[in-house]
Design a protein around this ligand. Structure first.
Ligand SMILES: Cc1cc2nc3c(=O)[nH]c(=O)nc-3n(C[C@H](O)[C@H](O)[C@H](O)COP(=O)(O)OP(=O)(O)OC[C@H]3O[C@@H](n4cnc5c(N)ncnc54)[C@H](O)[C@@H]3O)c2cc1C
Length: 330
């Protein structure tokens, strides 16, 4: 069974339990997978796929009964805690076509198997998508970053994950492949809810395509109890400043709603305005129109909204500082 389906259907409680075990969201009511036999994974078949065609054929055949093994940083704990019980695990780590980071024709391509550490250290990402470079130190810990993958983070769609929010702010498109062909979907249409995406059970996420925007200023901010913990609140913001005016921008909030959420009302309140305290006040007033955060044992809905307010204020201060620097350079 696919991870998103696990979260939605069979294991609404269990998936939440995993999230809680990792320090995130509250359990709701629902069925648990039988835990008899301890904390080791339930029995499953394993295939190390030799090529993309084999993965797609297996996904077609097994559908929700198959799980993709990418970095395994979320899948393995879920199996060991018996929160997931797929019949088949398809290991995609041997498929070279899913690897790599490249920039061509104004688009950065990030292969699904690009490890977090590779993304964090990539000169291409630093030059063309500095928002992601700023986010990477917040993604888990070194050991997790050594194995975890870009595609795994996007496919999992954890509400507190950094990369889905960056993808939304950067207007990424995701490539999904199945036996039936290839389709592209915008990040804004991909994230559907708590661990839920538009990916169908027979589809593999193969890469992300992200447009390069020259001269946009990146601002990534997050609040967590400790460095590397999942966020209590966070935002990914990229902004175009012209003569101190906020000419354009994309703002995505995470660790609040079930999926990363665009700050449309907040942005509309400040677009075309000079970055000053009045503009910041307008943004803060508009923010509740964008967010109605979920609460859990770690942080209430009210606290999360307050933290997002704090981050929004800081984000605009950072953007203003960038505008001042631009003016000095001119
Ligand atoms: C202690 C700990 C702390 C963490 N902290 C953070 C954090 O602060 N921020 C954060 O963002 N993440 C965090 N993570 C998660 C980490 O970033 C994982 O790397 C990520 O969730 C999943 O990536 P993965 O490659 O390990 O995927 P896997 O665990 O291999 O797979 C996860 C799910 O995605 C599916 N999947 C994977 N790749 C594909 C694909 N190409 N196509 C379709 N489906 C696919 C799998 O079937 C599975 O259901 C943490 C994990 C741990 C264990």
């Amino acid at each position: 069974m696919g991870w998103a389906a696990v979260a939605r259907a069979v294991l609404p409680a269990a998936s939440m339990s995993l999230a809680c075990a990792l320090g995130q969201w509250q359990p709701a009511n629902g069925k648990q997978v039988d835990r008899e036999g301890g904390v080791k994974a339930p029995k499953f078949s394993y295939v190390r796929a030799a090529n993309l065609g084999q993965v797609l054929e297996l996904l077609e055949r097994y559908g929700e009964d198959a799980q993709i093994l990418a970095g395994g940083q979320s899948l393995m704990p879920a199996l060991n805690m018996r929160l997931s019980a797929p019949r088949l695990i398809i290991d995609i780590n041997g498929i070279a076509a899913l690897q790599g980071i490249a920039c061509k024709d104004g688009l950065v391509r990030i292969g699904a198997l690009a490890r977090h550490v590779e993304v964090a250290n990539s000169a291409i990402i630093r030059q063309h998508l500095p928002l992601i470079t700023a986010a990477m130190p917040h993604v888990a810990h070194v050991a997790v970053r050594n194995r975890g993958t870009f595609g795994g983070s996007i496919a999992l769609a954890d509400p507190a994950a950094e990369l889905p929010a960056c993808a939304l702010a950067l207007e990424a498109r995701f490539v999904l492949e199945s036996r039936g062909g290839r389709r592209e979907i915008a990040a804004a249409d991909f994230f559907k809810g708590l661990y839920a995406t538009a990916r169908l059970p027979n589809e593999l996420l193969t890469e992300a395509l992200i447009p390069v925007r020259r001269n946009w200023v990146p601002v990534f901010l997050e609040l967590a109890r400790r460095q590397g913990d999942f966020a209590l609140a966070g935002l990914a913001f990229q902004v175009l400043l012209e003569d101190g005016i906020l000419a354009d921008g994309r703002l995505a909030y995470f660790a609040s709603e079930p999926q990363p959420t665009l700050g449309l009302a907040t942005l509309a309140a400040i677009k075309g305005r000079r970055l000053d305290p009045a503009t910041t006040a307008a943004a803060i007033s508009a923010l509740p129109g964008d967010l109605a955060p979920m609460g859990n044992a770690v942080a209430s809905a009210k606290l999360r909204l307050h933290l997002q307010t704090v981050l929004t204020r800081r984000a605009l201060q950072q953007a203003q500082a960038a505008a001042n620097r631009q003016t000095r350079i001119l």
